[in-house]
Design a protein around this ligand. Structure first.
Ligand code: ADP
Ligand code: F6P
Length: 462
């Protein structure tokens, strides 16, 4: 089979602006190497028609599908981000279900499927990204599309009991089964999806570790996403001078996240507060710089987390700041990527402490940006997908404020020998398993070059 063209679909496409979000960077870096077509959502308009609008031609082409304002509300703000997102991040308490949201989601997924069916030639590979398009493969199959179709889920997977809260929970296994390959970030997610698939009686496990539904075989495997590690390291090493006003020898603790309740920011602030309350008065005076640009601000849960953080930041500085020291700096804007890379490199400690996260590319960017001879310390949540690979980080339970405070103290005082040892263990996970490794691995399995069955057997569950 010829490899054909790679057609990638993701909700978000890069704009002129600096994008914040792991997926957009990952797909951009990938398609810059392979070429292909990237399809994403257009800005919402009053009404929406079928078809694609070409918006750019280059190493890869870009095209948008239309979205009405109503659809944006139901498909993106509603079903994707007020239903699937909280559910998949184990926050069933934040769910808000509305039948119109699901109808809008299904309508947009069907439109995307029709648009792909029109442009896909036999032999093209279709690679769907993330939870916005869980039904696209099902619709493509109904339209008679027989191309290889892969799905990569950038977010964690729900367990069986979480899924009970989704009115369409019983249909999810069938949607997944319409793909040839479902890629997940971690082995933990593969186990969760394997449990979900067992809910559908039409799905059976094959002896080679794959799955079959109504004669259609598919695989569910983990492909931890990586970054362009060398590119990011180079950017960090040649970053412009940082506009930071703090003593050169004061420790810098850095957090970089989209402002999302899954990122554990309130708990992180609490951990820093506890650290400040316990610290030795004569010891170093660190600055904790938290960069957290707003995201999905039309969804109520995001407005709440933003208000909550602002209050916590004010209270922490109120309790601990001095005339010549502001311990916490909270920045809510997008930062130029070169400056961001320089900040990672300057940072002595990174706090990456999500309560649930697909991968968390920030953790990998921090490792890539370090000076190999004087590396900083990564404090990483057990619940970040990255924790399966980055075992040599200081792993923490982000819900445990006291343990967070201890980890901060330990990281600030960690001797060079231990920092070097940990960094030497982290580095290969980031540089060897980079974005190219992720893409090649996924596409090799999807296109079946390496022998789909053999490859699946390697991953088969006991
Ligand atoms: P998510 O996909 O949930 O947003 P990730 O950690 O996987 O989380 O990816 C976030 C990406 O967005 C990273 O590449 C990070 O560098 C980038 N990013 C986050 N905050 C900012 C910011 N303020 N300015 C620029 N880029 C940012
Ligand atoms: O990684 C998960 C993800 O939802 C991506 O799909 C997306 O690019 C990123 O987070 C940012 O979210 P949004 O596109 O909704 O701003």
């Amino acid at each position: 089979m010829s490899d054909g063209r790679l057609i990638v679909v993701s909700n978000r496409l890069p704009k002129g602006d600096v994008p914040s979000g792991g997926l957009v960077f990952a797909v951009h870096e990938m398609l810059s190497q392979t070429g292909g077509l990237w399809i994403g959502a257009a800005d919402p308009t009053k009404t929406a028609e079928d078809g694609l609008t070409q918006i750019g031609k280059g190493v890869y082409d870009r095209a948008t599908f239309a979205l009405s304002e109503d659809e944006h509300r139901h498909y993106y703000l509603g079903y994707s981000n007020s239903m699937l997102w909280p559910l998949f991040h184990h926050r069933a308490d934040l769910l808000s279900f509305d039948q119109d949201d699901f109808d809008g989601y299904a309508r947009v997924n069907a439109r995307v499927a029709r648009a792909i069916a029109e442009v896909a030639a036999p032999g093209d590979t279709i690679w769907i990204q993330d939870y916005h398009f869980l039904m696209v493969a099902k619709y493509l199959r109904e339209l008679g599309v027989r191309n290889r179709i892969g799905l990569f889920l950038h977010i964690p997977c729900p367990n069986v009991s979480d899924l009970m809260a989704l009115p369409q929970g019983a249909d999810l296994p069938g949607w997944l089964a319409a793909h040839d390959l479902v890629g997940l970030q971690t082995q933990r997610d593969v186990s969760a999806v394997s449990d979900l698939l067992r809910l559908d009686r039409a799905i059976e496990r094959l002896p080679n570790g794959g799955w079959i539904r109504k004669g259609h075989r598919f695989a569910v495997l983990s492909f931890p996403i990586g970054i362009d590690a060398q590119g990011f390291a180079d950017t960090a090493a040649s970053a412009p001078e940082l506009p930071l006003r703090m003593p050169r020898d004061a420790p810098l603790i850095l957090g970089v996240d989209r402002l999302d309740y899954s990122k554990g920011l309130v708990q992180r602030f609490d951990g820093f507060d506890t650290y400040l309350a316990r610290r030795d008065a004569g010891g170093p005076r660190p600055t904790f710089l938290q960069i957290a640009p707003g995201s999905r601000e039309d969804v109520a849960a995001y407005q709440e987390i933003r208000d909550q953080l602002e209050r916590r930041a004010g209270a922490i500085n109120g309790a601990h700041a001095d005339l010549d020291w502001t311990p916490l700096r909270y920045v809510r804007r997008n930062i130029d990527r070169a400056i961001l890379a320089g900040l990672y490199r300057r940072a002595d400690v990174a706090l990456v402490t999500p309560l649930a996260d697909g991968m968390n590319l920030v953790a990998k960017e921090f490792v890539a940006a370090q000076d190999d001879e004087d590396p900083g310390v990564l404090i990483l949540s057990h619940f970040a997908g990255a924790a399966e690979q980055l075992r040599a980080a200081l792993l923490v339970n982000p819900f445990d404020t006291s343990a967070l405070a201890e980890a901060i103290d330990r990281a600030i005082h960690m001797p060079l020998a231990e920092r070097l040892e940990r960094h030497a263990a982290l580095r290969p996970m980031v540089f060897d398993q980079d974005i190219t490794w992720w893409r090649d691995n996924f596409l090799r399995h999807l296109r079946g070059h390496a022998g789909f069955d053999r490859a699946m057997a390697r991953f088969s569950a006991p």
